[in-house]
Each structure stands twice: as structure tokens, then as C-alpha cells.
Design a binder for this molecule. Structure first.
Ligand SMILES: NC(=O)c1ccc[n+]([C@@H]2O[C@H](COP(=O)([O-])OP(=O)(O)OC[C@H]3O[C@@H](n4cnc5c(N)ncnc54)[C@H](O)[C@@H]3O)[C@@H](O)[C@H]2O)c1
Ligand SMILES: O[C@H]1[C@H](O)[C@@H](O)[C@H](O)[C@@H](O)[C@H]1O
Length: 338
């Protein structure tokens, strides 16, 4: 194993601060060496109490800081391409939050840059692949006793959306998780997307198309429907039911303590992803640190990030017209296998 990984964290907002805590307190084998955020006070707050961390406003200065041997990108999606290319130029391994790059042309530039290097450096933060329930579902589908999957029914609800969240982001930020999970669970590429708009909720900000109903088609003829509702107000709920030829399997029902009193039973509902997917983020970052120290990339990579961006972009096109949009992927470089 290589020495302790010195991680530069780019972006010290919700996810960046949580990953900094995780690297410091949960995962062994790594330490936070540098942090960059244009909001320097945010960066300072996120690393308060940590020794040996340099604080920057310029992301590239953080990459060049002493002791940095890997990068964790947790800035907003539109900043990811520049961060990934800067990491590649320095030969630094990267864990980049989803979406890898929201626009498909930028995502393809990242794939092409990594393919030119001839070795994989990027892992994309599709943490559902590390969630214990999703992993059980994947094992069951792979083992085959339920027969061929025919449909996936998915629900993705957030209590509220952050300021600046757009109608397109329901697809290219939120549903990017279902897009990746469907590709991974089925082992198939997605070929077409249709996005429909039910009446918008009065709980959503003015002008936001929320909820949306997304229909994904796979190359093997599987249909994947996703209800995405990011201002539902009542809980963070992520569910997936696989319907197969010989049975079905569902994950994501709440499994917390049930309290029965005064004639009714109540179960707590998680209010955000940091709670619902806490274990998944821990396993994701631990796996990334371990693989990076061995000089490997084992998680979802740049091709997965690219494929998700192309499907999401087709979905945003469909959101505008209501029509079905076909997905056209560029040829897959040999670096990413079949
Ligand atoms: N995997 C998940 O479940 C999950 C959950 C939430 C967010 N995310 C992703 O994480 C990323 C960050 O989301 P967030 O909710 O933490 O956002 P946030 O707005 O809370 O934080 C983003 C931070 O990045 C900083 N920033 C802006 N431009 C920057 C740049 N060029 N370099 C470095 N820092 C920059 C901002 O000042 C801000 O502090 C997004 O890509 C988002 O989609 C993933
Ligand atoms: O960026 C976040 C994050 O990816 C969450 O996991 C998802 O539930 C939200 O909808 C999205 O806005």
C-alpha cells in the first residue's frame, strides 16, 4: 500500500464538508491536505480543528499544495470539467461528485482526456452502487433466480430543493442517480428517454417543473420509470422495485424503529440524503481510498459519468418538448472495456 493519501477537497459546501468529516473521522488511509472554495470562510469552517490543511480560493492552487496526492471534487457540476482536467494534467486520481459534467460535450472531453492518458484516474460519486440495499438487489438480479428484469419502478423524493435548482436539474442532477443505477443494475446502456410533467406542486418554487415523470428505455427492452419530486415536503425517499419474469424485489422502504403508541404505529422517515445514504458514502469513500492507494480505480468511472450525462441531456431535451428522445453515445474507448 502507498503512503497515506493526501486529499485536496474542491468545494466545501454540503457534500464537501461531509466528505472532509468522513476523510478525517471515518476512513483510514487518507487525510485532508488542502481545501479550495471561492467562499474562503466556508472552506475554513469545513476544516476547523484539522491540522496540516492549506486553505485556498483557487482550486488549482489546492491541487499544487504540499502533500496532495489525490482529489475529491465537491464543487457544483458546471465546475467539474475544469477540475477533472486539472487533476488529470497532474496525474492525480480523483473522486468526483455526480454529475461528472452536466453537459455531454464536456463529459466526452473528460473521457477523451483520460483515454489519452491511457489509464483510469477518475471515479464518479454514484454512491448508490455502495448502498447495502442496492447491492443486495444487484446481487439478486445477477444471480438470476428471478429471471430476466422487465421493468424498474423508481421513486426519488427530496423534502425541498436548494436555491437555484432548475427544472433541468431534476433530470441531470437528481435522476442522474437512477440513470446510473439502472445501467449498473441491468448491465445495459439506456437508449431513449421521455420526460412528462404532471401538474406542478404548489409546494415547489414558482416556475419549477416539479414533480416530473421520467421513462428510460434500455437496449434490452427494459422500461425504467422514475417519479422525481424534489419539493415533496415530507421526506427523503428513494425506492426501486425490479419486476422480473419470475418475481419482483423492492428496496428503499423505511426500516427505522417503529414506535407504537395510543393506537397507531409511527416510523421515522429520513429527511435527507446524508442520513439515508450515510453508509453508502462511507463505503464509497473507503473503497476509493483503498483502491487509490493500490493504484487502481474500482468504482464507477468516467465512461459511466459520460453515459449518464448523455442520457440526462436527452431527458432535458424531452422535458422541453414532451417527446421521446433517443440516446446516442460516442464510441466507447478501449480503456473502459466493453
Ligand atoms: N452524491 C450525492 O448524493 C450528492 C448529494 C448532494 C450533492 N451532490 C453533488 O455534490 C456537488 C456539490 O453539491 P453541494 O450540495 O455540496 O453544493 P453546495 O452549493 O452546498 O456546495 C458547493 C461549494 O462549492 C463551492 N464552489 C463553487 N465553485 C467552485 C470551484 N470552481 N471550485 C471549488 N469550489 C467551488 C461553492 O462556493 C460551495 O461552497 C454537486 O455536484 C452535487 O450534485 C451529490
Ligand atoms: O444533488 C442532490 C443529490 O444527488 C441527492 O442524492 C439527490 O437526492 C438530490 O435530488 C440532488 O439534488
Amino acid at each position: 500500500m502507498a503512503d497515506l493519501l493526501g486529499v485536496a477537497v474542491l468545494g466545501a459546501g454540503h457534500m464537501g464538508a461531509d466528505h472532509i468529516r468522513r476523510l478525517d473521522q471515518v476512513v483510514s488511509g487518507a487525510r485532508v491536505a488542502a481545501v479550495a472554495d471561492p467562499d474562503v470562510e466556508r472552506a475554513k469552517d469545513a476544516v476547523a480543528g484539522l491540522a496540516g490543511v492549506t486553505v485556498h480560493t483557487d482550486p488549482e492552487a489546492a491541487l499544487d499544495a504540499p502533500g496532495v496526492s489525490a482529489v475529491l471534487v465537491a464543487s457544483p457540476g458546471p465546475a467539474h470539467e475544469e477540475a477533472l482536467l486539472a487533476a488529470f494534467a497532474r496525474g492525480l486520481p480523483v473522486l468526483c461528485e455526480k454529475p461528472m459534467v452536466p453537459d455531454s460535450a464536456g463529459a466526452l472531453r473528460v473521457v477523451e482526456a483520460e483515454a489519452r492518458l491511457g489509464r483510469r484516474l477518475a471515479q464518479i460519486g454514484f454512491m448508490r452502487r455502495y448502498d447495502s440495499e442496492y447491492r443486495r438487489l444487484k446481487s439478486l438480479l445477477d444471480e438470476g433466480s428471478l429471471g430476466r428484469p422487465l421493468m424498474l419502478h423508481c421513486t426519488h423524493r427530496n423534502v425541498s430543493s436548494p436555491a437555484g435548482f432548475t427544472s433541468a436539474m431534476l433530470v441531470d442532477s437528481s435522476v442522474s442517480h437512477e440513470i446510473d443505477a439502472a445501467r449498473w443494475l441491468l448491465g445495459q446502456e439506456l437508449t431513449a428517454v421521455t420526460v412528462l410533467r404532471p401538474a406542478s406542486s404548489s409546494g415547489a418554487p414558482e416556475g419549477l417543473a416539479d414533480p416530473q415523470f421520467v421513462l428510460l428505455e434500455s437496449e434490452g427492452g427494459v422500461l425504467v420509470d422514475v417519479e422525481v419530486f424534489v419539493n415533496c415536503g415530507f421526506g427523503y425517499q428513494v425506492r426501486c422495485e425490479a419486476v422480473c419474469e419470475a418475481g419482483s424485489a423492492r428496496i428503499g422502504d423505511e426500516h427505522t424503529m417503529v414506535v407504537t403508541a395510543r393506537g397507531s404505529a409511527a416510523e421515522e422517515v429520513a429527511q435527507d440524503y446524508l442520513v439515508r445514504f450515510a453508509g453508502a458514502y462511507d463505503r464509497e469513500v473507503r473503497a476509493w481510498v483503498d483502491a487509490t492507494r493500490r493504484g487502481e480505480v474500482t468504482g464507477p468511472g468516467a465512461w459511466d459519468g459520460y453515459a449518464a450525462s448523455v442520457v440526462a441531456e436527452a431527458g432535458v431535451g424531452s422535458l422541453e418538448t414532451g417527446g421521446r428522445v433517443r440516446v446516442e453515445l460516442a464510441p466507447r474507448p478501449a480503456l473502459y472495456g466493453r
